[in-house]
Design a protein around this ligand. Structure first.
Ligand SMILES: Nc1nc2c(ncn2[C@@H]2O[C@H](COP(=O)(O)OP(=O)(O)O)[C@@H](O)[C@H]2O)c(=O)[nH]1
Ligand SMILES: [Mg+2]
Length: 233
């Protein structure tokens, strides 16, 4: 899956990606500030998770738009310590909601390891745009709650594709897999091949030359059949 990590400057996006990917990531930065992106790949129970962190300076909007393209889920990071970042958080939230309408989002209430960190109810009253979103008190520094936030987002993201995923699992390996997939989902070839490409890129599938046959990766098959399994470690 492709996840985008966004939020205001210095909320901890880069450190969070570092934590989630176990250091297997790059940060294109200048003097400690991300100017292009962070990128890293995490492995969650055999599922590849491609993470893209955005620059937190308002002027890098175009870069954020590019990074958001095709994302399956959003981690929105807020700074639990610094109330001055709340107003900027609101601007970034509006922006990502515009780039990725309807895409599942979880909120990382980061820096909870710091003594002065505000609890979730105070963050909610200061940032009304958080209403209706799951907020996870967490720490990119200690790792507290990071895994459950990530798994919840993966679950929500996979649920959005559950009917497609079930058919991937069902017709995996069949000689006429694509035709069966098209028939069951009542979609044209172009759209069906679009789905194959999307999830081949995300390493859930292998697609044979000619597209007629595809194979679900063994390690992800249970999750495609039953996304809630990703919540249980
Ligand atoms: N104590 C604490 N500091 C953090 C945490 N996350 C990030 N930081 C610090 O906050 C600063 C900004 O973090 P960074 O990841 O660069 O933020 P970004 O601009 O959102 O990418 C750095 O000094 C980090 O070490 C956290 O969970 N706890
Ligand atoms: Mg950064």
């Amino acid at each position: 899956m492709k996840l985008v990590v966004t939020g205001p400057l210095a909320s901890g996006k880069s450190l969070l990606i570092n934590r989630i990917t176990n250091g297997a990531c790059i940060n294109i930065e200048r003097r400690g500030t991300t100017i292009a992106m962070d990128h890293g790949v995490a492995n969650v129970d055999g599922m590849s998770v491609f993470m893209f962190g955005t620059p937190g300076l308002l002027r890098f909007r175009t870069m954020r738009k590019i990074l958001c393209s095709g994302a399956d889920g959003i981690i929105f990071v807020v700074d639990s310590v610094d109330p001055e970042s709340d107003a900027r958080a609101k601007l970034f939230f509006r922006e990502v909601a515009f780039f990725l309408p309807g895409v599942p989002c979880v909120v990382a209430a980061n820096k909870q390891d710091v003594e002065e960190a505000r609890p979730v109810d105070r963050l909610r009253s200061s940032m009304s745009f958080l209403a209706g979103l799951p907020v996870f008190p967490c720490s990119a520094k200690t790792g507290e709650n990071v895994d459950s936030m990530l798994r919840t987002l993966l679950y929500l993201s996979m649920m959005q594709w559950s009917s497609v995923f079930r058919k991937f699992a069902e017709h995996s390996g069949a000689k006429n897999g694509l035709s069966r997939f098209m028939k069951d989902l009542k979609v044209e070839r172009e759209q069906a091949v679009g789905y194959l490409r999307r999830f081949e890129l995300r390493k859930l599938l292998q697609v044979q030359v000619g597209d007629e046959q595809f194979f679900v990766k063994d390690s992800v098959r249970p999750f495609l059949e039953n996304p809630v399994l990703i919540m249980h470690r």
